[in-house]
Write a protein that binds this ligand. Structure first.
Ligand code: GLY
Ligand code: MN
Length: 370
């Protein structure tokens, strides 16, 4: 039996305008992570499935035959409409929507064609954007969400700690990526949280390079950025390994990035300004003339059902961290055509201190190849 839909629904409605009578989520062209968040599902495809939930948090489920068993098994006793084709789908949705005039949908996860489909088939309804309500609700985690992310972090950390065993001259980036993904699944992960990034040598200067057939050979950098999915929740970790005989500059950059990351983790706590932490980290990196401007992305992002659930707290949070947010902390320095070094951990913001949810070793070690 699925529990918790009511508490998630109440949390979301806190941020929805009073005159919006219900929330409607439908996976028309894409699987909406808001649907997974609200229902709590973490396996299933749910194409052409949806949910309508009113302000009293009474849900009505809409499903194809493919997902009916999952939905019914987890929501026994709830109202479920099942259909086999577009005609049945439209009839079911029309029936449940006819009681409402103003319905909230997240514009951020509705495609243009999905919106036209709603307008054409269910006329007379005013559709109101509630993307912000989902973002706010998802940003502060329930305890069970933190525990799922922590387990995803534990899996990713164990795998990260095993990586030095695979570092041989002959391994390719893609081979290492597949070892990482295989090991995460062996440890109970549902899969990788995103395409695993493995970058050797100068490929590491591109933060989102995903991996090809390069071998380590004469390189001195191995950057890996990956995460596990556990019960629908993700982790996101980056480690950069120095191997063979790295130049002094790489060792120096590693120390700076590690120091910047530790500084940020120590500063982040409930009520602290997200802008101040970002600024201080950037100023610290920029204080090294050679590396000024080489920290080319933000300090981190929120994780949860999505890898980028949202950014660091912005205006809607008065630019402040709040207890219960789960964020990555990932400074990096990138020198084009040479190398990039990034170190990333996941933390849960606490009242006084943050809880670090990933634990892989990040001490500066020069690894010998196997
Ligand atoms: N882990 C990839 C990213 O945060 O963009
Ligand atoms: Mn990240």
């Amino acid at each position: 039996m699925n529990t918790g839909i009511e508490q998630r629904c109440r949390k979301i409605f806190q941020f929805v305008e009073d005159d919006v009578e219900a929330i409607f989520l439908f996976n028309k062209d894409i699987l909406d992570k808001n649907y997974l968040y609200l229902t709590g599902f973490y396996f299933g495809v749910f194409e052409n499935c949806g949910i309508l939930i009113d302000r009293d948090c009474n849900p009505v489920f809409l499903t194809t035959a493919l997902e009916e068993e999952i939905i019914i098994s987890q929501f026994k006793g709830y109202k479920v409409y099942s259909y086999r084709d577009e005609d049945g789908r439209i009839k079911s949705i029309s029936r449940i929507l006819k009681a409402y005039k103003k319905v909230g949908i997240p514009f951020d996860s509705t495609t243009h064609s999905g919106f036209l489909w709603l307008e054409q088939n269910f006329q007379g309804i005013e559709w109101v954007d509630i993307s912000g309500a989902f973002k706010k609700a998802r940003m502060i985690k329930f305890e069970y969400e933190v525990e799922n992310i922590a387990e995803a972090g534990r899996i990713a950390s164990k795998v990260a700690d095993s990586i030095p065993n695979f570092l041989s001259n002959s391994i390719t980036e893609l081979e290492l990526a597949s070892e990482i993904e295989y090991r995460m699944k062996k440890m109970g992960a549902q899969g990788p949280a995103f395409t695993t990034i493995v970058a050797f040598g100068e490929n590491s200067s591109k933060p989102h390079y995903t991996g090809g057939n390069s071998r380590i050979l004469d390189n001195y950098i191995v950057l890996v950025d990956f995460g596990a999915i556990y019960r629908g929740y993700v982790s996101d970790i980056t480690r950069t390994f120095l191997v063979n005989n790295p130049p002094r500059e790489a060792v120096e950059v590693y120390r700076i990035v590690l120091r910047a990351q530790e500084m940020a983790i120590d500063m982040i706590k409930d009520g602290e300004s997200s802008k101040r932490v970002e600024r201080e980290v950037r100023e610290y990196i920029d204080s090294f003339e050679k590396y000024r401007g080489r920290f080319i992305h933000s300090l981190g992002h929120s994780i949860g059902r999505d890898v980028h659930d949202d950014g660091y707290p912005g205006e809607e949070w008065s630019n402040q961290f709040a207890a219960g947010m789960v964020l990555t902390v990932e400074p990096g320095i990138y020198i084009p055509n040479m190398f990039g070094i990034r170190i990333e951990d996941d933390i849960m913001v606490g009242k006084d201190l943050s809880r670090v949810l990933t634990s892989a070793n990040k001490e500066l070690i020069i690894h010998a190849l196997q």
